[in-house]
Design a protein around this ligand. Structure first.
Ligand SMILES: Cc1cc2nc3c(=O)[nH]c(=O)nc-3n(C[C@H](O)[C@H](O)[C@H](O)COP(=O)(O)OP(=O)(O)OC[C@H]3O[C@@H](n4cnc5c(N)ncnc54)[C@H](O)[C@@H]3O)c2cc1C
Length: 368
């Protein structure tokens, strides 16, 4: 297998998910030179994204007798790996199970590390062929003969051949940006990991849902001076019933300062300016966590020809009974199916998408 040595001049962590257009040009250039690594095997099915849904889809397709490969831009369950280090799922373990493999945990709700252990063991058990650290940038070909063009951490291109594709790329890679001055400062983060680095510092948490509530509480419990700002007039109604009283009581006691019906106008190195019902407030600030949600890579879906329904939260057009999209041979799975309504599909329900797809794949391969 021959790899291209020329990189893109950026580290893997810096790859924007929408690098696809650049890659597409490079892939075409390099293919014409004959220097792209090609898998010699043509798979029946290639799954893009090795999250819980992608794994479930691969297991179901494999159990149906099809040859399957999974390709992920990061590690196995890359999104879960990047969740807060000490997080606990909202869901009980049996509702996170895939492939009928029991998920046992001593806890009522499993932790992130237990989930990572579980999904890794499941991948091992089913001997899934997972190609990690392969960013899919470009897809060419058509039903029965797709070429999936990937780039690895060193900018080397590779092409995988597959008859059918399943897209389960989730939503966690692209934050919903606020579009305010100062958002690009290095102190502003869209992902919360752990509290230790923020001891004694002024931290602003933006958002009013579970992630914001959990981060604010965790930071406060570990010695940060926390201010929370949310555009709604109270914490969001979707905050879990066991988290809501905790955050509300911290706010009531003045342990966490909260500004509701408020937004952030500007972020500078040492301050943030909030627009509140009482007028603008500029307060001292060291770090900002903008936990305002994430969205699927819509450009990626559109580049492969999938239509997004503008009237319906940009849900990709697909047959609800099979999850095959408007592009023949390309299936949607997991949270991407819900478009912008990312809270409608999660592990609990997305894990069943593989069954629908495998049933349709079985029928189609039998017809062929
Ligand atoms: C903090 C937090 C807590 C949560 N708790 C729960 C819970 O308790 N219960 C529950 O059911 N849900 C929960 N969710 C939601 C749930 O985790 C997601 O809905 C779920 O991960 C979606 O699964 P997925 O397989 O569709 O996508 P993901 O798990 O996001 O997997 C997508 C994969 O695709 C890969 N990928 C993306 N683009 C490309 C590309 N171009 N090329 C190659 N690979 C690519 C990513 O690296 C990733 O590994 C939680 C979410 C968060 C953020």
């Amino acid at each position: 297998m021959l790899y291209i040595r020329r990189g893109l001049g950026m580290s893997y962590a810096q790859y924007p998910a929408s690098l696809g257009c650049v890659l597409q040009l490079r892939v075409m250039e390099e293919i014409s030179k004959g220097t792209v690594a090609q898998e010699t095997v043509a798979f029946d099915v290639l799954v893009i994204g090795a999250g819980p849904t992608g794994l479930a889809c691969a297991i179901d397709a494999q159990n149906a007798g099809l040859s399957v490969v999974l390709v992920d831009k990061g590690c196995l369950c890359n999104s879960l790996f990047h969740y807060p280090a000490h997080m606990t799922f909202f869901t009980t373990p049996e509702l996170l199970e895939i492939g009928n493999m029991p998920f046992s945990s001593p806890n009522q709700k499993p932790t992130r590390s237990e989930a990572l252990e579980y999904y890794r063991k499941v991948a091992e058990h089913f001997a899934l062929d997972v190609r990690q650290y392969h960013l899919v940038g470009h897809i060419s070909g058509s039903d029965g003969n797709f070429s999936v063009h990937t780039t690895d951490r060193f900018g080397r291109l590779q092409v995988f051949k597959a008859k059918k594709l399943i897209v389960s790329t989730g939503y966690y890679d692209l934050p919903n940006y606020l579009g305010i001055p100062g958002e690009n400062l290095s102190k502003v983060q869209h992902y919360y990991n752990e509290p230790h680095p923020y001891f004694g510092l002024n931290v602003l948490v933006i958002g009013g849902k579970n992630s914001a509530a959990i981060a604010a509480l965790d930071l406060w419990r570990h010695g940060a001076k926390v201010t929370l700002v949310h555009r709604g007039d109270a914490m969001h109604r979707h905050v879990k019933y066991w988290i809501l009283p905790d955050i509300n009581n911290r706010v009531k006691n003045g342990e966490i300062t909260a500004y509701f019906s408020s937004t952030v106008k500007q972020i500078t190195e040492d301050t943030v300016t909030l627009s509140t019902p009482e007028g603008d407030r500029t307060i001292a600030n060291d770090f900002v966590f903008a936990l305002t949600g994430y969205h699927p890579d819509f450009d990626f879906l559109e580049r492969m020809g999938v239509h997004l329904d503008a009237e319906n939260d940009r849900c990709p057009q697909c047959d609800p009974t099979t999850l095959e999209s408007n592009v023949k041979g390309i299936y949607m799975a997991g949270v991407v199916v819900a478009g912008e309504r990312t809270n409608k599909i999660f592990i609990e329900n997305g894990r069943f998408h593989g069954e629908l797809i495998a049933r349709d794949l079985t029928a189609k391969f039998q017809q062929a």
